[in-house]
Design a protein around this ligand. Sequence first.
Ligand code: G3H
Length: 540
Amino acid sequence: MTFEEQLAGIFPHEKDVPAEYWLKELHQKEFLINGEICIWKGPQQEVFSPICLQGENGISPRILGSYPLLTAREALEALDSARKAYDNGCGEWPTMTVEKRIQCIESFAQRMKTKRDEVVNLLMWEICKNYTDACKEFDRTVDYINDTVNALKDLDRVSSRFIIEQGIIGQIRRAPLGVVLCMGPFNYPLNETFTTLIPALIMGNTTIFKPAKFGTLLFQPLLTAFQESFPKGVVNTLYGEGPVVIPPLMTSGQIDVFAFIGSAKVANLLEKQHPKPNRLRRVLGLGAKNPAIILADADMELTVNECLLGTLSYNGQRCTALKILFVQNAIIDTFLGKYCEAVSRLKMGLPWETGVQITPLPESNKTEHMLELIQDAVSKGAKVINPNGSKSNRTIMVPAVVYPVSETMQLYNVEQFGPVVPIVPFENIETPIRYIINSSVGQQASIFGKNSDMLGKLIDPLVNQVCRLNINSQCQRGPDSFPFTGKKDSAEGTLSISDALRAFSIRTLVAAKAEPTNKEILTRIVQERKSNFLNTDYIL
Ligand code: G3H
C-alpha cells in the first residue's frame, strides 16, 4: 500500500463515525430578515464536508446539507430592513439606553450557549477544526461577548458625566454609525464574524451579516437566538454567493460600515462599488505573511515548539500563522532536524479524534494549490525535507517543510494559508529585516533569541513595520483585550474588545454655553429622564 493510500484510510466509513459526532444532513431554508425567519423556496447551495466517506463506490465527499442561494432581491430586503430599524438614527435600537442594549446582547449570549454542541460539531464537519479548537472558538466567542459588555460598561461610566470647559458644558458619548455589513472568514467563521458583529450591535448599529464561504451552516442553530434577542431588523442574515448578494448592498451607497475579514483583493473590489467612499467606514482584517526570525542563540526546544504551533496549528490556516521562517546559518541544521522531527509527530486525522492536529482542508483544490507552490520552489532549487512531506489524498495533506527558500520562489511572498512551511537560511540580520520592510503586508512577526542587546536593537526597527512583535513566542491574535491590527495591506482599523467599540461608533456630544437657562434645561432633561443619550446614569 502506498503512503497516499494509507492517507486515504483516514477517511472513515459512516459506521465508524462516533455517534455523538454524527451529523444529520442539514438543509437550511431559513434566513432572518426584518425580525422574521423567512423560508426560502429557491435554489440551494450544497455544502460538502472536507471529510470524505468510504462507501461502496469508493471515497467521496460527504454532503452536509445546503443553504439558501438568495438573490439581489433578498439582499435589498435585508438592507431595507436594517435601514428601517436604524431609521436615520431615530430607530428603537440606536436610541435605546446602553443598559437595555446590553440586556439584549446578554440574552443572546445565554441562548447561544445552549447551542454549543451543535455549533462545535458543525465547526468540525464544515471546516475540520479539531474538537479542542472548535470548543475554544465557541467559548472564546462567548467570553468575547461578555468582555465586550464589560468594556462598554466601562466606556459608558466614563461618559456618564458632564464636562465644563471654557464656559461650555458638554456630555461626550459614543454614537452608532448606521448600517454595518459584517463578513467573516472561513477559518474562524464564528469567532471573527462575531468580533465585528457584536461590537457593531452593542454600539447601536443595525446589521447585515453574511457567513463565510465555509462554516455557513453553523449559524443556523443561532437564527432563533438572534430573532428572539433583538428588535426586528437589527440583525439580518444573508446567504448566497458573494458576487450576487454583496454588490447590490455596496452599490446602493447605504452601507455605512464595511467590516470584512478576508482577502485584500475581495475587500478592494467591494469597497470600490460604494458610490460614497467618504461615508463608508472600513474595518478590515486582510492578508499576512508573518515571519519568524530565529537567531543563533535561540532556545532550541522552545523555538521548535512555538514555530510548530505558529506554522501548523489548524493546518496553517490562521491569518496570524507564521508563514515563513528565517533561521540563522549557525543553527540551521539542528533546527531543521528538530523541526522536521516535530512535524512528523503531528497526528493527522479527523477532527474529533483525540490529539489530532492535521485535518482535511476545506477549500476546493487547496492541496493542488499547495503542490503548485511547492513545485515552483522545487523547480528553483528547494526541497521538501520532511518525511512524506506534501503527500496528499483528496483533502488531506502531510505538511511540507520546504528548504532552502529564496526570493525568486512564490513561497517567499505568497500567503500560502495552508500546511506548507518555507524556511530561509540567513547569515546577516539585514536579510529578514529587509524582507519585512519590503513586504506588502505588516501584521506581526516573531523573534527567537536570548541576547537582550540584540533583541533590544531589533525591536525598534521592527515595531515600525508590524503591529505586534512576539519575543520567543508564535504570532497570535489573543488575548482579545490586546489590539489586533496590521500595517500596509494587512488591516484597516484596530480590533480588540475595547477598540472594536470605538471602531463601530463615533464620539458625539451635546454642548451648551454654561448659562443659567441652559443649566436648568440640562438639569431637567437629566432629572426627568427625557433623553437616553443625555443622562448621568452609572451602569453597575
Ligand atoms: O485568522 C486569524 C485569527 O484572528 C487568528 O487568531 O491567533 O488567536 O489563532 P489566533
